[in-house]
Design a protein around this ligand. Structure first.
Ligand code: ARG
Length: 458
């Protein structure tokens, strides 16, 4: 394709290091679509004969049909998907195929194909996350009143509801979806027609090709158009953030599924056994979601480092942009689906959660709050009094609400029998009805809003 100025062909090493076809063949649909838009524009503007444009478009359809049926052939001599398609087109329709590359370069071609591919990846992430969110809000609705211990420092802190905990992940994934959506809007511009780097002397219509490919507009600067991989980095940033959220949820499921916690039984369909220990059921899917986040963050790092020192415009380093994005997108799709399956299929052991919430003096803050409200004691002093009560209860091996009233009054005379009503875990969660708090009524409100946002209610 470029042999004109060369006396010798490339060495075997050159062929191998140069070839991107092993991975960029994944762009074949986008490559055909972009070429069809380009050739239709060349015909419509009279840059090539309308008849030739029709022949080339028909030839591209025939190449696409071959790829669909037999896959994309991998010939290193043809370097990449763009040359593979063009060379096959020449075999099928003859020398007229050579007119397709008028007023374009592989530099704007690959930028266009890759943007189209990443655009689909944005949509795929969004659709997957919507399914995960549906599972989260469904389970949260079922468990709006199921009490579990809430932790800080992984130490029992205050009782919360399982529904509240699950809805925390709904909020995270909602932000993830909005990140993908923002990035999609920013990236949906067509680089096609930037040509090699400087634009072209042919009277092309970039608005026409942009529209045909579903872009909002053509890009505004030809140098930027062929140099920009922000859209792919934006995708990976949003993917990395999403994977961090998934990884934290995975970590919690792994903890909760362990015997000392015993808060959840994960579905058999997303667990594995041990080849040596017959009793084991391992949360492998959750562990792999946690593991995959490392690779997704690695993909982001990889592409950022590839790009960081490149002068304008295109450099061949940029060919390495695709493998990290392809890998991360595959891992992300799987991770989201696995997580949706685990949440939908989990059996939550609410008795054990409830019992665990009783341990660790989770309602100590409620005693302090009661002292503030009922006895008008400043919170700092109430905190100190409560500390003494916890110390006493601990030394007796009793939960707070089983300390005799006399003992509580010996610590502070202002305490009376009404305090016991505030010390149950039910009273504790019900009291936290501030906006966004864990009270079951409040959680039900958030679940209803989320269901509306997801289109789950009429
Ligand atoms: N396979 C190349 C890539 O993915 C296409 C662009 C080649 N451009 C060039 N000037 N050699 O980046």
């Amino acid at each position: 394709m470029w042999g004109g100025r060369f006396a010798a062909g490339p060495s075997a090493i050159m062929r191998e290091i140069n070839a991107s076809i092993p991975f960029d063949k994944a762009l074949w649909r986008q490559d055909i679509a972009a070429s069809k838009a380009h050739v239709a524009m060349l015909g419509a503007t009279g840059i090539i004969e309308a008849e030739d444009a029709r022949t080339i478009a028909g030839g591209l359809d025939a190449v696409a049909a071959e790829y669909e049926a037999d896959g994309v052939p991998e010939d290193w001599d043809l370097e990449d998907i763009h040359m593979t398609t063009e060379s096959r087109l020449a075999v099928l329709i003859g020398p007229v195929a050579g007119r397709l590359h008028t007023a374009r370069s592989r530099n704007d071609q690959v930028a266009t194909d890759f943007r189209l591919w990443v655009r689909d990846a944005f949509d795929q992430a969004d659709a997957g996350l919507a399914v995960l969110q549906q599972a989260l809000v469904t389970r949260a609705g079922e468990h709006a009143g199921s009490i579990m211990p809430g932790f800080t420092h992984l130490q029992t802190a205050q009782p919360v509801t399982l529904g509240h905990h699950l809805m925390a992940y709904y909020e995270m994934t909602a932000r993830d979806r909005s990140r993908f959506a923002d990035a999609r809007v920013r990236s949906n511009k067509s680089p096609l027609g930037a040509a090699a780097l400087a634009g072209t002397g042919f009277a092309i219509d970039r608005f026409m090709t942009a529209e045909a490919l579903g872009f909002d507009a053509p890009t505004a600067n030809s140098l930027d158009s062929v140099s920009d991989r922000d859209f792919a980095i934006d995708y990976l940033m949003a993917a990395a953030q999403t994977s961090l959220h998934l990884s934290r949820l995975a970590e919690e499921l792994i903890l909760w599924a362990s015997q000392p916690f015993g808060f959840v039984v994960l579905p058999d369909s997303l667990s594995t056994g041990s080849s040596i220990m017959p009793q084991k059921k391992n949360p492998d899917a959750a562990e792999l979601v946690r593991g995959h986040s490392g690779r997704i963050v690695g993909a982001l790092t990889s592409l950022m480092i590839t790009m960081k020192g490149l002068p304008l415009a295109y450099s061949k380093d940029m060919q390495d942009d695709k493998p990290p994005v392809f890998e991360a997108a595959g891992l992300l799709t799987l991770s989201i689906a696995a997580m949706a399956g685990m949440i939908a299929g989990a059996t939550f052991r609410t008795q054990r959660m409830r019992a665990a919430a009783e341990l660790g003096y989770a309602t100590a803050t409620d005693l302090a709050d009661w002292l503030v409200r009922q006895a008008g004691i400043p919170f700092r002093e109430a905190h100190h009094i409560t500390g003494s009560a916890v110390k006493l209860a601990e030394s007796r091996g009793l939960p707070l609400d089983q300390l005799p009233l006399g003992d509580l009054q010996a610590i502070d005379a202002r305490i009376d029998e009404r305090v016991y009503a505030a010390l149950s875990v039910e009273a504790s969660v019900a009291a936290r009805a501030s906006h966004g708090g864990t009270a079951p009524a409040e959680v039900r409100k958030r679940v209803a809003e989320a269901r509306l946002a997801l289109g789950l209610e009429d």
